[in-house]
Design a protein around this ligand. Structure first.
Ligand code: ATR
Length: 282
């Protein structure tokens, strides 16, 4: 036991904070990254009570922790808490990665670049494509700037509450060709890439979508993942999508970007995604 304790003291400590966090795959992902790169990293999951976030971050910092991932429901609170933010975190209004640098809490958001990198690794082009983003909550907001950086021909946000989609589009309109609407405005329009950023999959639901929404050769991407295809992925397959992807790759890619921010070392994500996929079905 004391050997283990000594060993851990020589490692740099990182954690994910959230609620609930017990089922988080982040500790597994980062331990695979550490193993692969030989970096001296110890990573754990810390469940934080509502109202206890700032205190928990302060305690982790005081104990010599080097960095944190932040997940639901604390990403917006983390954005408020940090002293400095990357441009992409500033835009996202949410922080999923904190790096402790001397007296400074530096906040980044790696979710959007995680999505973009997963799409590009799967040879899905975004540039000059018609992209539909379903949902206008925190998950959608977090990926908008990196998506627009890729210069799609157009980016349409569709949301059950149309006004939220319009507001979000307005907030990002300086970054590219973007509009926000309700789902009814999708009639007779086609898209090359459709990304589901709604929480509907969690409830096994799906917004009502026109049957001819997919352009020839379209890709559908659900930011959720599970051992079975989500409701949206099933809809995509039934409606002729050529490529249908879930969010497991995005999860690993956003983790890799955090690891890079903390360690200046970029892990190879492909074997880690494959390993997690094997573990999910077994
Ligand atoms: P998150 O941080 O996961 O984005 P959120 O900010 O609560 O969570 O946003 C949830 C998103 O999923 C919203 O876009 C929500 O639509 P509304 O803004 O109209 O509430 C969307 N959503 C949730 N359940 C849905 C459902 N059953 N059908 C369609 N959209 C749904």
């Amino acid at each position: 036991m004391s050997d283990l304790f000594d060993f851990r003291r020589r490692l740099d400590n990182y954690a994910v904070m959230g609620n609930p966090v017990t089922h988080s795959k982040s500790p597994r992902i980062h331990s695979l990254f550490a193993e692969q790169t030989g970096e001296s990293v110890h990573y754990e999951a810390i469940q934080v009570d509502p109202g206890g976030f700032a205190q928990a971050v302060g305690n982790f910092d005081a104990s010599g922790g080097k960095g944190l991932n932040i997940t639901v429901p604390f990403k917006q609170e983390a954005w408020q808490l940090v002293n400095e933010r990357s441009d992409r975190a500033e835009r996202a209004g949410a922080v999923n990665t904190i790096k402790f640098i001397d007296m400074t809490l530096y906040g980044d958001n790696t979710d959007g670049i995680g999505l973009v990198n997963d799409l590009l690794n799967n040879r899905i082009e975004i540039a000059n494509k018609r992209v539909l983003l379903m949902g206008a909550g925190g998950a959608a907001r977090g990926v908008l700037a990196p998506l627009l950086d890729q210069q799609p021909a157009q980016l349409v946000i569709a949301n059950r509450t149309a006004e939220k989609a319009r507001e979000l589009a307005h907030a990002f309109c300086d970054l590219g060709n973007i509009e926000g609407n309700g789902y009814e405005a999708l009639d007779n329009r086609q898209f090359d890439l459709i990304i589901n950023a709604t929480a509907a999959s969690l409830q096994g639901e799906l917004p009502s979508l026109p049957d001819n929404l997919l352009a020839t050769g379209a890709t559908c991407y659900d930011m959720m993942y599970g051992s079975e295809p989500t409701t949206f992925m099933q809809w995509a397959t039934q409606h002729g999508a050529i490529t249908v992807l879930d969010g497991l790759g995005m999860l690993v890619e956003q983790a890799a970007e955090s690891f890079y921010l903390w360690r200046d070392v970029r892990p190879d994500t492909k074997p880690v995604i494959e390993q997690l996929r094997r573990e999910m079905v077994s």
